[in-house]
Design a protein around this ligand. Sequence first.
Ligand code: ATP
Length: 318
Amino acid sequence: MSEAFLRIEGLQKTHGAPNARPTPVLAGIDLAVARGQIACVLGPSGCGKSTLLRLVAGLESADAGAVFVDGREVRGPGLDRGLVFQDHALFPWLSVLDNVRFAVKARWPRWSRERVRAHCLRYLGLVDLLPVLDRRPAELSGGMRQRVGVARALSIEPKVLLLDEPFGALDPRTRAGLQDELLDLCATLTQTVLVVTHDVDEAILLGDMILFMRGAPVGARAEIIPVGLARARRAATLHREVGYAALRHRLLDILLEHPAVYGSAPESGSARGVAASGVDAPNQETSHDKIGRNGTYHRGQAPKGPQLQGLGGEGGTQ
Ligand SMILES: Nc1ncnc2c1ncn2[C@@H]1O[C@H](COP(=O)(O)OP(=O)(O)OP(=O)(O)O)[C@@H](O)[C@H]1O
């Protein structure tokens, strides 16, 4: 792999209010992502995926360890990282164009009106939103709102794009379309990306690598699993990729061994209490596949339905 563009070194974090018992969450996370690569963060509910993303975003500080973007240590929020979070952060009173314009003006305050507009149109065009420039978020479908969020995050030309369960609330067809669009955009822009997801298929589809966080026992190290499938994959044909089923089984097996950290343990032979793919499981074991433990195949519950959005704040890596 070429030199890491996003580097996470020994990241540790314990949550805790003054009068509450401390909650150790991250106990030494390491990750190296090259420029243009996509890393997905997967793991049972409560294992610390969003905490990791917030640390990379600079929205929280670590107890130990460090995050580097393009060689500079992250010390706070910055416009070198574009955020697309679960909850909507579009300004409801602004049009599609103005939501993106707001970000571009913050990023390049000296740009002329014309230059800002042209830049916004470029990114809104990349996500096919030119026909709805004047609409407000309430007048858009969920998928369109998420496209605005992606366009807004990308419009500031971040070094790293951070997505927290970006497509979880969408129907499978819209979700698949947006996943493919994201893959195309990242390839076009050589965009480095960190994606938190509950969805095994999404992790395999998008990721060059998967950071699997076990969550329990506390202090267990995260595992980095290379995806290793052909890069030009698409959501609709992922299940036909050689090696897909074996990797999916492996990930589901690990997930099923690691229940939600603060949820109930899974019952024997059941997927209850674990995060797993919300996409229908395929039934396509091939000669390449390894069947899961006991020869069984488990299907997880659909992930909770998040939404998306967000934009990096002021500041920067230092
Ligand atoms: N600000 C906070 N203060 C105290 N505890 C927190 C805080 N933020 C998160 N936690 C706890 O840290 C643990 C990890 O939370 P986090 O949201 O990072 O997990 P997650 O893997 O993203 O979960 P999910 O998949 O359910 O979204 C949880 O037990 C959570 O309750």
